[in-house]
Design a binder for this molecule. Structure first.
Ligand code: ADP
Ligand code: TRP
Length: 342
């Protein structure tokens, strides 16, 4: 137990828009669980430096930062158990990123799938920050020497790179950093509603449901969700398959969400209807919409309250910033000395 409590946990999210079901099921719900089950230090931060690598309006950024803070708190993050801070409040992280740049082979960064994806989506803005993004992420993780990183599946490659960077640094300058590991949930990759072969993502409109969406918005988003796509003109809306494994990706995704937000009876009834070939997808969608709306009703209330009182969120950020800064300056003293800067 004593050993366990020494492990440091850390995760970050970019302030680029409201949290969606993928963020919740892949990461945020896990934060809330881990903060109770886990006795060690736990850091969660708003990755605002990272978010500058995408196209954005500077006038919006402060609101996005506050909104993410409010949403994390509304989702159940407890600032007594988790240190919540804003990345740019610790400029040391960019200094550590620079040192890490000097031990990171370019070829490792060229392999990053998120970079390749984003570069293909913003061809007019393939900036150096986008390329260096995973090295800054390694600095986030290793500044407080975090060993466990709760994230969705799309971030696993970045956490593995963090481990490589820690190894390169330790080999060159002596044992300093832990080898961090990702911590995944049972739902590490929630799929897009509109293109269910891809992950649900803020950057793909129509792909997601936000936690802050109204019951009507949730219903409309689900009504538009893709279900069975084949096999052409003669197709029936009633699936004839008896096997749940054979579900199309869109239907499987909706069932996956129903398992998270519905009751066991909801799931049982819909699975029976699917197997029997009597399922009506509009009924599955409307049931799911009602369950999601219910699940997040408390979240919507708390979020609205916090957004009316942003000074409460700012205070929590300030207290978190103070804690992480003390740790950051200690790590940076050690790093500067090890690399020969002073
Ligand atoms: P997005 O990709 O929508 O911009 P972020 O990059 O801000 O989301 O991700 C924040 C956290 O949510 C990360 O831990 C990420 O792995 C997780 N996450 C994002 N999308 C999904 C998804 N579709 N399924 C599961 N987890 C996800
Ligand atoms: N790259 C992460 C994302 O897109 C956000 C992030 C930045 C992060 N730094 C981190 C996640 C450190 C975990 C640990 O979701």
């Amino acid at each position: 137990m004593a050993e366990k409590s020494k492990i440091i946990l850390l995760s970050g999210l970019q302030p680029t828009g409201p949290l969606h079901l993928g963020n919740y099921l892949g990461a945020v719900r896990n934060f809330v669980r881990l903060q109770d089950e886990f006795a060690g230090r736990f850091f969660v931060f708003v990755a605002d430096y990272h978010s500058l690598t995408e196209n954005y309006d500077p006038k919006e950024k402060q609101n996005q930062i506050l909104m993410l803070g409010a949403e994390l708190l509304a989702a159940g993050l407890d600032p007594k158990k988790v240190t919540l801070y804003v990345q740019s409040d610790i400029p040391e992280v960019t200094e550590l990123c620079w040192v890490f740049n000097t031990v990171t082979p370019i070829s490792f960064l060229e392999r990053m799938t998120q970079f390749k994806d984003k570069a293909s989506r913003q061809k007019e803005n393939i900036n150096m920050g986008l390329f260096d993004y995973p090295v800054l992420q390694a600095a986030d993780i290793l500044l407080p020497k975090a060993a466990a990183v709760p994230v969705g599946e799309d971030q696993v490659q970045h956490v593995e790179l963090t481990r490589d960077i820690a190894r390169f640094f330790n080999r060159k300058f002596g044992e300093t950093f832990p080898e961090s590991k990702p911590v995944l949930t049972a739902t590490p990759r929630v799929m897009s509603l509109s293109e269910p072969e891809k992950k649900m993502s803020k950057s793909i409109p129509g792909s997601f449901i936000s936690l802050s969406d109204s019951p009507e918005e949730i219903k409309q988003a689900l009504r538009r969700a893709v279900t069975d796509t084949g096999p052409g003109p003669g197709r029936s809306d009633l699936p004839r398959r008896s096997d749940l494994q054979a579900m199309s990706p869109g239907v499987a995704n909706l069932f996956g969400l129903l398992r998270e937000f519905g009751t066991p009876e909801d799931v049982g009834a819909m699975e029976r209807a699917y197997r029997g070939g009597t399922i009506k997808y509009v009924e599955l969608k409307d049931l799911l919409a009602a369950r999601i709306a219910e699940y997040f009703s408390e979240f919507r209330k708390k979020r609205a309250q916090l957004l009316k009182n942003p000074s409460a969120v700012k205070k929590i950020f300030a207290a978190g910033g103070k804690k992480i800064r003390a740790i950051a300056s200690k790590t940076m003293r050690e790093v500067r000395q090890k690399v020969g800067l002073r």
